[in-house]
Design a protein around this ligand. Structure first.
Ligand SMILES: Nc1ncnc2c1ncn2[C@@H]1O[C@H](COP(=O)(O)OP(=O)(O)OP(=O)(O)O)[C@@H](O)[C@H]1O
Ligand SMILES: [Mg+2]
Length: 343
């Protein structure tokens, strides 16, 4: 079977499946927003890149024109989206330093509505070179102005630091999503991050908003996770996404194939969770029009958390019994049950 045909039918399948979670609701031309959303937390390994790549792919599947920007010199979002870093001649470094217009460094992907502005190790240089620049906090905002309107969403993966790169992203962004891993000391460093957000609001970007706080690597069987969810809700209230992303081995495997989870295993709980997160984000940003029609909470989001005072709610069989089948995952069976926690 020709490869193109396979790809096309895969996309059709993904489209059909994702309609369980997304209303087929197109933005009107005049509503095009180019909303830039930073995925940031200076803590390492909390799921920033996984969130940026899979949220961007989920928005693209919902037919939102989406640009994934890799603002981390590690370039994990770049390779996770299937772009070979070794062959790249142009990257965010050239754009942020003003050497190239942003459009010139953007590459397309196998998903029709998903483009990527990639990063390589060169970006480390930008962090250093910008220190001397006159517009050192606003360089990215200036650089992105020329393509902002070409997209509905621009999702930016930040590095695990609060250095100049992250500062540039927060200055250019309309909103921030903060992934928090369910672990001991989950909230460690959050006040420092929120201080940085406040500093950016006061000095560079008054309208920077918190678009959502997302629990990642959630395991309903662990009291610890429930406690973290409680603490995060206490701290952030309704800013917290109702969907928590469970620990799911498919999410960890997908980057090594250079694929967003939707292209790797669309039936996995990880794929369904990120579709649900995208749906929540669209609902927050676009309003009621982006809501999935009449979906029950369980249908709408596989990783919903329990409401305050409720026992965690098991997620019904999502038809994905195949989900994690490796021995390691057998231990994580509880992660396939996430629950709901909204206030
Ligand atoms: N829900 C999940 N289930 C299982 N594994 C996950 C999940 N989310 C992320 N991971 C894995 O955890 C590791 C860290 O995730 P990720 O790279 O997204 O974090 P990060 O915050 O971007 O890290 P860094 O701070 O280094 O940029 C990766 O190996 C990733 O595959
Ligand atoms: Mg990362």
């Amino acid at each position: 079977m020709p490869e193109r045909y396979i790809e096309k039918s895969l996309l059709t399948t993904i489209g059909l499946l994702s309609r369980n979670y997304m209303q087929d609701n197109h933005l009107q031309n005049e509503q095009r927003m180019g909303r830039m959303v930073a995925v940031a937390n200076q803590k390492g390994g909390v799921g920033k890149t996984t969130t940026a790549v899979n949220l961007a792919a989920s928005l693209a599947i919902a037919e939102r024109r989406t640009l994934l920007v890799d603002a981390d010199p590690q370039g994990n979002a770049t390779s996770g989206a299937g772009i070979a870093k070794a062959t790249l001649e142009r990257s965010l470094y050239d754009v942020i330093m003003g050497h190239l217009p942003a459009r010139a460094a953007v590459t397309t992907t196998s998903l029709p509505h998903l483009d990527v502005l990639p990063a390589t190790q060169d970006l480390v240089g930008a962090e250093l070179e910008l220190v001397e620049a006159g517009d050192r906090e606003t360089a990215l905002r200036r650089a992105m102005d020329s393509i902002r309107r070409e997209y509905d969403y621009i999702i930016v993966d930040c590095p695990p630091s609060l250095g100049l790169l992250t500062l540039n992203v927060l200055t250019a962004a309309a909103g921030i999503i903060i992934p928090i891993q369910c672990e001991y000391y989950a909230l460690e460093g959050i006040s420092q991050l929120l201080n940085t957000v406040r500093l950016v609001q006061q000095n560079f970007n008054r309208s920077l908003a918190i678009d959502g706080v997302l629990l990642t690597m959630y395991d309903t069987r662990l009291n610890l996770c429930r406690q973290v969810a409680e603490d995060v809700r206490e701290h952030f209230g309704s800013e917290m996404f109702r969907t928590a992303v469970p620990r799911n081995v498919r999410l960890a495997e997908a980057p090594s194939f250079g694929k967003p989870i939707l292209m790797y295993d669309v039936q996995s709980i990880g794929a369904k969770s990120y579709l649900a997160v995208a749906q929540e984000l669209m609902r927050r940003i676009e309003g009621a029009g982006a809501q999935a029609a009449d979906a029950s909470p369980a249908e709408a989001s596989p990783g919903e958390l329990p409401r305050a005072g409720e026992a965690p709610m098991g997620v019904p069989d999502t038809g994905g019994a195949h989900e994690d089948t490796t021995p390691a995952d057998a231990q994580h069976a509880g992660t396939e049950r996430a629950a709901e926690i909204a206030p």
